[in-house]
Design a protein around this ligand. Structure first.
Ligand SMILES: C[S@@+](CC[C@H](N)C(=O)[O-])C[C@H]1O[C@@H](n2cnc3c(N)ncnc32)[C@H](O)[C@@H]1O
Length: 191
């Protein structure tokens, strides 16, 4: 499964190099970082690192993880001293617990790792997830319907005894993306 992911993404980045071009960070990230209390950050499925670079430029020490060497090579070439990359298969990766002040996962969905991401946060750490959801106006059918969230779904992964939900939103994606798609985002703080 993950070898397939690696081949799929390396091929996708080689065939569509525009996907590796510099792009703006998630528009929500500037507000997300206002909630954080420390600078240790993890960017999960970072791609070529648009969000990692934004965090690094805001003084975070970022660990950026992804399964694609092609994406990580592009990020490494940016030589940002605040970004450390790691080739990781999220299907099998074990996350250290109580380690990060901020974890982000954007434009990628693996429902199984969401509880592990909460555990990987320090107390008061913040988790931000933003990715695509089902919507009748979506312009691109998913390669796999499991990759799309259902309405309200991100809120269902968290136990309110363990986390506080700081923000939740459903919205249409940024205009620089190739297809109009509905997205969902959540920001939580670990108690
Ligand atoms: C659409 S890109 C998102 C990149 C970045 N987060 C952003 O918002 O620009 C999805 C990324 O997930 C990575 N990915 C897919 N399956 C993975 C796996 N099993 N383990 C680690 N990364 C994976 C791909 O290599 C790809 O870079």
């Amino acid at each position: 499964m993950a070898i397939k992911d690696k081949e799929k993404w390396n091929k996708k980045y080689k065939n569509t190099p525009e996907l590796l071009d510099d792009r703006p960070q998630s528009y929500k990230l500037a507000d997300v970082i206002k909630h954080t209390k420390g600078l240790d950050a993890l960017d999960v499925a970072c791609g070529s690192g648009r969000n990692s670079i934004f965090l690094a430029n805001n003084d975070f020490k970022v660990t950026a993880i992804d399964i694609s060497e092609v994406a990580l090579d592009t990020l490494n070439k940016k030589n940002n001293p605040n970004v450390k990359t790691k080739l990781v298969d999220l299907d099998t990766h074990s996350f250290d617990e109580n380690k990060y002040d901020l974890i982000i996962m954007t434009n990628f969905l693996d429902r199984n790792i969401i509880p592990k991401l909460t555990k990987a946060l320090k107390k008061d750490g913040v988790l931000f997830i933003e990715t695509y959801m089902f919507h009748e106006e979506n312009e691109k059918p998913p390669s796999n319907p499991d990759f799309l969230l259902k309405e309200g779904e991100l809120k269902t992964f968290f136990d309110k005894k363990e986390v506080e939900i700081l923000e939740y939103d459903e919205f249409f994606n940024e205009s620089f993306e190739l297809y109009k798609m509905r997205k969902q985002s959540i920001v939580i703080r670990k108690k």
